[in-house]
Write a protein that binds this ligand. Structure first.
Ligand code: ZN
Length: 84
C-alpha cells in the first residue's frame, strides 16, 4: 500500500515538473488565441429577421455594405425592395 502511494506521489511530481518544463520551453509571445472564427458568428437576416450561422448564409455586397441572408429567396426579396 505504501509503495503505491509513493509511486503516485512520484508520478504527480514528475507530471508537475514536466508541465513546468514544457511551459518554459514554449516561446513567449506565441498567443494562439487569435483564431479567425468569423464563420461561426451568428448573424441576423435583414429580411426575415432570423438568426443563422454566417457561413451558411448568402452574402450580398450592396451599396458598399455586405449583407448576409439566410437564403437566396431573402436576398432576392431584399433586392426587390431596397431600403428607403
Ligand atoms: Zn431570411
Amino acid at each position: 500500500m505504501k509503495l503505491i502511494l509513493l509511486i503516485i506521489i512520484v508520478y504527480l511530481a514528475y507530471r508537475a515538473v514536466k508541465s513546468w518544463v514544457m511551459r518554459n520551453l514554449q516561446a513567449p509571445g506565441q498567443n494562439d488565441s487569435r483564431h479567425p472564427r468569423i464563420d461561426d458568428v451568428m448573424v441576423q437576416d435583414p429580411v426575415c429577421g432570423i438568426y443563422f450561422p454566417r457561413r451558411e448564409g448568402v452574402e450580398l455586397r450592396h451599396g458598399g455594405q455586405t449583407f448576409v441572408f439566410c437564403s437566396t429567396a431573402c436576398r432576392d426579396r431584399f433586392l426587390e425592395k431596397p431600403k428607403g
